[in-house]
Design a protein around this ligand. Structure first.
Ligand code: MG
Length: 392
């Protein structure tokens, strides 16, 4: 493998306009923020990464502000000037920084992209090269779609119909107390056979076990993170009481957390978000544990731009990722996205993995510049781009 030497790293905080406003507990926001990383090598290759940090500490404790601080003050200085042969060397170089997985993932992903481009191979092939034989990319990722909390069951059914017509074959519904059994019953009555799962995003406690057992009769693929966002122990108490497999998301931040969850019987499925475990190096460790233990695995989404999504698609094309991932076609996300060409839903609810070197999509610099300006319009003077906008 040809090594890279990192000459500079630029940081672009952006706001991207969502096709559909994002419903969160803070209300509906018409845009999604992120921090984009452009890593320049001494050979003139540019590797891209993304910290999918939001303006508020909702899903993650990290925000746009913390990502900018930790990237500019600590992570970027730790990497500039370094020569790297395998991207799996990155975690050791930034070990001095605790926490901040989204920011760490951004710089590591940029290294993965730069190394893959330097060696003229697609990112999926570079991931495979770090796994035992037999884990070559399938060339596509199996995908599903996630539907947020709607005002009524009828509204939800209308969206499900639209998504099924578009070709998505796995439907995920967000639930919360008061919006769960009735919703699942209504959807099952209308669609007895669709592949359906629920995501609670930590909305319940162990005291709700009896209530959650009512969901067992709906033949669900899984229920995601019903209990605390940082809990593994109580999920281990809940899983034996449910027939429905529990899938952990928020509380698995490392391969070790995953091992603990398996030891405690806290989950039967894992939603792996590479950013949540601080990068693809740790994701590969999680992947190996899942394969060794026969645990179904899928890749979750954090509303990434085309930069983050194309890399996740490459990872989701590995054969151990054996359940549909939360990666939808481009027309579901941003108008416009910042990469070309768009990802299109193919046959059997799949998206093809890009075949070009690295992430395999072209970053549109004029759109990056527009997204930087958008952010500064929304938060004047707070988030200046670092490293210069000169060549945008
Ligand atoms: Mg989730």
């Amino acid at each position: 493998m040809k090594p890279i030497t990192i000459q500079s790293i630029r940081i672009y905080p952006v706001a991207m306009t969502l096709v559909e406003p994002l419903g969160t507990s803070f209300g509906k926001e018409p845009f999604k923020t992120a921090t984009l990383i452009a890593l320049h090598t001494t050979d003139g290759v540019i590797g891209w990464g993304e910290a999918s940090s939001e303006s508020r500490p909702g899903y993650s404790s990290e925000t746009l502000g913390t990502a900018l601080h930790v990237l500019s003050e600590f992570l970027v200085p730790a990497l500039v000037g370094k020569t790297i042969t395998s991207p799996t060397e990155v975690p050791a170089l930034i070990r001095g920084v605790r926490g901040h997985p989204l920011a760490k993932h951004a710089v590591e992903a940029a290294v993965w992209d730069a190394v893959a481009k330097t060696n003229e191979m697609p990112l999926a092939a570079l991931f495979s090269a770090h796994l035992p034989d037999g884990h070559e990319s399938r060339g596509y990722a199996s995908v599903g779609v996630s539907i947020g909390i709607q005002p009524t069951v009828e509204d939800t059914l209308a969206i499900i119909e639209r998504r099924l017509n578009q070709g998505y074959e796995r439907i995920k519904l967000k639930i919360k107390p008061g919006w769960d059994v009735e919703l699942a019953a209504g959807v099952r009555a209308a669609y007895p056979d669709i592949v359906m799962m629920l995501d609670a995003n930590s909305a319940y406690t162990l005291a709700d076990a009896e209530h959650l057992k009512q969901l067992d009769r709906f033949n669900l693929l899984m229920i995601e993170q019903p209990l605390g966002y940082d809990d593994i122990y109580e999920h281990g108490k809940l899983q034996p009481q449910l027939k429905t497999p529990i899938c952990l998301d928020e509380s698995i931040l490392s391969a070790n957390d995953f091992r603990l969850a398996l030891d405690l019987g806290a989950c039967k499925i894992l939603n792996l978000k590479p950013a949540r475990v601080a990068g693809y190096t740790e994701s590969l460790e999680v992947y190996k544990i899942a394969v060794e233990n026969g645990i179904p695995l899928w890749i979750g989404g954090l509303l990434e731009s085309g930069i983050g999504r194309s890399a996740n698609l490459a990872f989701a094309s590995l054969p151990g990722v054996n359940l549909p991932s939360d990666i939808s076609a481009t027309d579901r996300y941003f108008d416009p996205d910042i990469t070309e060409p768009p990802f299109v839903l193919g046959e059997n609810s799949t998206i093809a993995t890009p075949t070009g070197p690295g992430i395999g999509v072209e970053v549109q610099m004029d759109r990056v510049a527009g997204a930087v300006e958008d952010l500064n319009r929304r938060y004047p003077y707070k988030f200046p781009p670092l490293g210069g906008l000169d060549d945008l």
